[in-house]
Structures are given as C-alpha cells and as structure tokens.
Design a protein around this ligand. Structure first.
Ligand SMILES: C[C@@]1(CC(=O)O)C2=NC(=C\c3[nH]c(c(CCC(=O)O)c3CC(=O)O)Cc3[nH]c(c(CC(=O)O)c3CCC(=O)O)/C=C3\N/C(=C\2)[C@@H](CCC(=O)O)[C@]3(C)CC(=O)O)/[C@H]1CCC(=O)O
Ligand SMILES: NC(=O)c1ccc[n+]([C@@H]2O[C@H](COP(=O)([O-])OP(=O)(O)OC[C@H]3O[C@@H](n4cnc5c(N)ncnc54)[C@H](O)[C@@H]3O)[C@@H](O)[C@H]2O)c1
Length: 412
C-alpha cells in the first residue's frame, strides 16, 4: 500500500485525480490537495482510494501532512505560474525525505510563446517596428536603450524605483512624467494586471529575473491582459514529468475523456445585448443570422462588409466603425470575437471569461463557450448544425442538403 499526495489545481492534476478515483487496485491511497473549495468542486468526490483536501497549505503544514498521512510520494501538479507553491512543495518533500515529482504540461518552448531577446538593445530594436503601449519593467539602468524607439515618450511606461537619481535619469532621457510608474515591488499578479490594463499595454518588457523579481506574476498578468511579453535573457524551462509518466508512476491508467457532444439548447435572445467584434466575411454571416432574433446587436470593426451596413440602415443593429476597445465589453451579454487578428480574438476570449460573459471565438474552438451553428429557419422549424467543431465543412454540407430537402417538400 502506498500513500500518494498530489497537489492539483491544473487540468493535469484533475486528470490524475480522476484516474486515482477510478483506481480499483487497492494498492494506493491518494490524497489530493487543492487551494480552494472551487478547485475541490472540479475534482471527483471522495472515494475509497481518494480524499480531496481544499486548503492552501504553507510549507510547515505540508510537512505535517506528509508525516501525519505517512506519504510515500508527492506529485506537484500545480500551475507553472504558482512558483511559490512549487518551491514550498519541493522543500516540504525534501525536509521529510519523500520523493517529489513535478508534473508539467508539455508546452511550447518560451521562444514560441514570447519574444526572447539577448539584450535591452535588442528588445528596443524589436519594439521599433511595433505599435502600442509598453510596460517597461527592466529598471532604470537600461532606459536609455529604449529611447531609440520613435515616440518612446508616448508609448513607453517605465516602472522604476521611487529613488530621486532614477527618476531624474528618466526625466533627463526625455520620458514623460505622466508615464513614469515609480513604485517599489514586489508586485503581485493583480498589481501587474492593473498596471497593464491602466496603460492599455500591448507589450510588457521584463528581464529573465527568476522568482525574486516576480517574473511569473508578470507573465501571468500579461497573458490575462493580452499583452505580448518580451524577455531579455532566456528563461529556464521548468523540468518535470508528463501526465502519462505521472500516471505510470502511480500505477494508474488514464480515464478516457468523456467526449460528449454539445447539447443544442435553443435560447431566447430577445433583448440580449450581443457584441460582434469584426465585420468581415465570418462576422457578416453571423450578424445576418443574429439580426433575425430580436436581440440588441452592436458591431464594432474598422471595416465592415456592405451587408452589415445595410442591416444598420434597416435599424437592425448599431454599428461602430472603429477598432475594438475593452470598454465595448461593458454591458454585453454575449460576445462574438470574429476579427482577423488572432491575438485580439484571444484576448477578447480571456477578458470575457474573466467577466463571465458568454463568448464565441471564431478562430479557435478551444476558446469558445458556445459554437455558432449553421442555421435553417423554415416556418416554425429551426434547425442548428454543428459537427462538434471537428468538421466545419460537414456542418455546412449537411445544412445545404437539408435546406434543399425542405425546399423540395420534405416537410409535406
Ligand atoms: C457552422 C458554421 C457556422 C458559421 O460560421 O456561421 C461554423 N463554421 C462554418 C463554416 C466554416 N468554418 C471554417 C470554414 C473554412 C473551411 C474549413 O475548415 O472547413 C468553413 C466553411 C465556410 O466558411 O464555407 C473554418 C473554421 N471554423 C472554425 C475554425 C477555428 C477552429 O476550428 O478552431 C476554423 C478555421 C479558421 C482558421 O483557419 O482561421 C471554428 C468554428 N466554426 C464553427 C461554425 C464552430 C463549430 C462548427 C462545427 O460544428 O464544426 C466553431 C468551432 C466555432 C465558432 O466559430 O462558432 C459554418 C457553416 C455554416 C453554414 O454554411 O451553414
Ligand atoms: N468560425 C468560422 O467558421 C471561421 C471560418 C473561416 C475563418 N474563420 C476565422 O474568423 C476570423 C475572421 O475571418 P473573416 O474571413 O471574417 O476575416 P476578414 O479579414 O474578412 O475580416 C476581419 C474583420 O476584422 C475586423 N478587425 C480587424 N481588426 C480589428 C479591431 N482591432 N477591432 C475590431 N475589428 C477588427 C476588420 O475590420 C474586418 O471587419 C479569422 O480569424 C478566420 O481565421 C472562422
């Protein structure tokens, strides 16, 4: 019999817990720790083989738990950005002499997710060819490097220590007072997110500072704010084992994911405030359909196709011919992100989930709360088509086939 302690809080942690709950071998007892009741809610119910504990533990409490429960092995499946938890788990395991494995999702190399540069100079060179606001968190020493950027005093927001020499250096270089963020860290995820939002940042520049510099908080906040991260110096990839390896280590086999199709729920859209961001081919196709459902439609896009303008003339929607702004989400009940800009669509999806607004992201099915169906209306009959997001052309083909069938008198 072995006792295994799992720190969960990620999809991988949940999958491991599901496999543990299904374990019929009688060989293992699993104790799964998550930080919150919400986290517990997402996990399987307690069973003979599994107990879930919902509480944020400090290092001492972790050690007590490991000793009290006679833990033989620890698996850390916390979030990659939860660097503090990972450090506590590692230390607690070390102090109690229990082996500890870090479970990590296979993810893209940092080079694919972020812009990695060798120096501040190189980061500045990169920014020269971009537009949008930048939160500079590299300190005041390298500020001069960034003055090669055109309009640097308008685009850049340096975060520097509230020390007279440093503030003076920034002024001497020509930075604008209204753009200086003079504060002493450490900065939490929330602090970073608030600052990125406040300055409407498209970029965050940071050094690869390791944990003392709050690096992971910056990355997580930038992701939530939809800001691209430029890292000076190459970040270390955390080492760890995969979900498959963790399952094997625990003698478990993965519970097959329940691949249920999505339920076709027909919804009353009367009076619902629906925001469509984008006015191209895809948006126009969806706007045309939505305009038949008594909802309050708003379309925001710098360029829209003629059919959308025609619907505006008919008073069926409000049209804002300009780029999207975050404030557009205020008051929306449902949002469709259908611009040609992947990063923008993605950030709209993230913000909507944060604000609990139902969202459809036309270029990434994984980011959708609902799929837009192919639609047929034939008298009182309404038909929606989906191929579960797996074969869009099939949904279209089926729609056309049934439409023809209806026209040819299938309904008689
Ligand atoms: C039903 C329909 C409704 C509508 O759009 O009005 C619809 N897609 C249709 C057509 C279509 N879509 C695409 C093509 C190009 C050729 C091809 O790939 O086949 C064509 C053909 C065409 O346009 O002729 C490309 C595409 N679509 C999605 C992605 C991203 C991804 O898969 O992650 C990409 C790649 C984009 C890229 O590369 O950037 C995603 C989604 N598209 C969906 C709906 C949702 C689930 C649908 C399902 O059940 O499968 C879902 C998951 C989310 C959503 O957007 O709601 C409509 C038929 C309407 C009709 O004619 O009746
Ligand atoms: N779900 C689907 O069925 C499906 C099918 C094909 C393509 N797609 C994806 O859907 C997206 C849109 O495709 P499309 O063919 O309509 O593209 P498109 O190029 O015809 O239209 C893009 C629209 O986005 C608008 N836009 C660009 N920047 C904007 C901003 N900052 N704010 C507001 N609006 C902005 C443009 O003005 C334009 O109206 C693409 O990402 C495409 O990959 C989805």
């Amino acid at each position: 019999m072995s006792n295994i302690l799992i720190f969960a809080g990620t999809t991988e942690g949940r999958k491991l817990a599901e496999a543990a709950a299904d374990d019929q071998s009688g060989q293992n007892r699993f104790l799964v720790c998550v930080a919150t009741e919400h986290g517990k809610h997402l996990l399987p119910k307690d069973s003979d083989s599994l107990t879930v504990l919902a509480r944020r533990l400090d290092r001492r409490e972790m050690e007590e738990l490991i000793r009290k429960e006679n833990i033989d092995r620890v698996i850390d499946a916390t979030h990659p950005y939860a660097a503090e938890a990972t450090e506590n788990i590692r230390m607690a395991a070390e102090h109690t002499g229990v082996p500890c494995m870090r479970l990590l999702r296979r993810q893209a190399e940092p080079e694919e997710r972020h812009i990695i540069t060798a120096s501040a100079k190189e980061a500045a060179e990169y920014l020269k060819d971009t537009s949008g606001n930048v939160l500079l968190t590299t300190g005041s020493k390298e500020l001069a490097e960034f003055t090669v950027i055109a309009d640097f005093e308008k685009r850049l927001y340096p975060r520097i220590l509230p020390v007279p020499e440093m503030v003076k250096r920034a002024f001497d270089l020509g930075f604008d007072a209204a753009h200086l963020i003079c504060m002493q860290g450490p900065f939490s995820y929330e602090d970073n997110l608030a600052m990125l939002r406040h300055i409407n940042a498209d970029y965050l520049v940071t050094k690869e500072s390791g944990e003392a510099g709050g690096f992971s908080h910056k990355l997580a906040a930038a992701e939530a704010a939809g800001a691209k991260v430029i890292i000076i110096g190459r970040p270390k990839q955390e080492e760890g084992i995969s979900l498959e390896e963790a399952l094997k280590l625990c003698g478990l086999s993965q519970v097959p994911a329940k691949k249920a199709a999505w339920f076709p729920m027909f919804q009353d859209l009367t009076g619902k405030r629906i925001l469509v961001v984008g006015g191209g081919r895809i948006a126009a196709r969806r706007i045309r359909i939505l305009s038949q459902y008594n909802c309050l439609l708003t379309v925001v896009a710098p360029e829209v196709l003629p059919p959308v303008k025609e619907l505006e003339r008919q008073g069926l929607l409000r049209l804002e011919e300009r780029p999207y702004e975050e404030a557009d989400l205020e008051d929306a009940d449902i949002v469709l992100a259908a611009t040609g800009d992947r990063e923008l669509n993605r950030s709209i999806g993230i913000l909507c989930r944060q604000k609990e607004i139902t969202v459809n992201v036309a270029d990434r099915k994984e980011e959708c709360d609902f799929y837009f169906p192919g639609v047929i209306r034939h008298g009182d009959l309404t038909i929606g088509f989906t191929a579960g997001g797996k074969d869009h052309a099939l949904a279209k083909k089926a729609r056309i086939l049934i439409e023809r069938g209806l026209e040819n008198g299938l309904d008689r």
